[in-house]
Design a protein around this ligand. Sequence first.
Ligand code: NDP
Length: 282
Amino acid sequence: MPGFRPDLVGCLSQGAAGNPTVAMVEAAFAHHGIDARYINMEVPPEKLADAVAGLRACGFLGWNLSMPHKVSVIPLLDGLGRSASAIGAVNCVVRHDDGRFIGENTDGQGFLRSLCDLTDPRGTNVVLFGAGGAARAIAVELVLAGIGHLTIVNRSPERGRSLQKALAESLATEAALVTWENEFEVPATTDIIINGTSIGLYDPDARLPLAINSLRAGQIVADVVFNPPQTRLLQDAAARGCRTLDGLSMLVNQGVLGVHYWTGVLPDAGVMQRALTAAMGL
Ligand code: NDP
């Protein structure tokens, strides 16, 4: 009941007991004097419906979801925001004033927020590596933000085609698709290059099949991989004179947007980033 205990926000995950985003979100609540708690809960897939019913019954303000719950939660909600609907996945649920629980996707929105600190994406030419969950969320937000042209580069043609089809059907956008077989040469007209794959996660030496000498000074190179924050790709890109954007800022900004959705307060991203890096031991 309001007034008798802090507001509650959940984080439904599987196998993520030491989730560092808990420290990040709770730091924002503490810094802004918000009387709320962010609680990590491990939920196996077959118990998701029970967990959602419990969160509704207990009056949670909302919750985050990580894999494998991002798609299977959709039928358990009362509606979807525009980008979550186009992406077909939800990582953030928000209780509205009328009591409805609406699914949002803050992964792509968090990326866009970080990107907008560096450049105005409208009209830009973008090359996006990957067509999985993170790449899909980013592609949708970039299209909604008004980029000029998108080239998807993905190893498996099926997943690439599925993203291409989703963009055509839900956003009437024609993206180019390249099947990633050899070292990809970045076209000279590219403004923004994004690694949306898991290559480099926990592997500081992992290299994308990408011709590094095709990167040009002034281009923006972004990576969704947040650990290590300075991936091999970002190091190579910086050495070529590119401007770089790490996956940590995307992770922080999806947290910023979540806190804003749940509480109406736009939190201090610096406070959240410091708490996150400390919790990650970086
Ligand atoms: P998915 O499993 O949905 O997609 C993985 C993607 O990576 C696919 O496109 C896959 O290609 C590609 N890939 C993986 N290995 C290779 C390889 N060796 N060569 C070429 N392509 C490869 O994962 P997610 O999209 O959920 O996550 C991707 C990354 O994004 C992870 O590192 C995750 O931690 C990070 N992430 C970061 C967030 C942030 O806030 N910074 C938020 C969410 C995710 P294929 O289709 O051919 O298999």
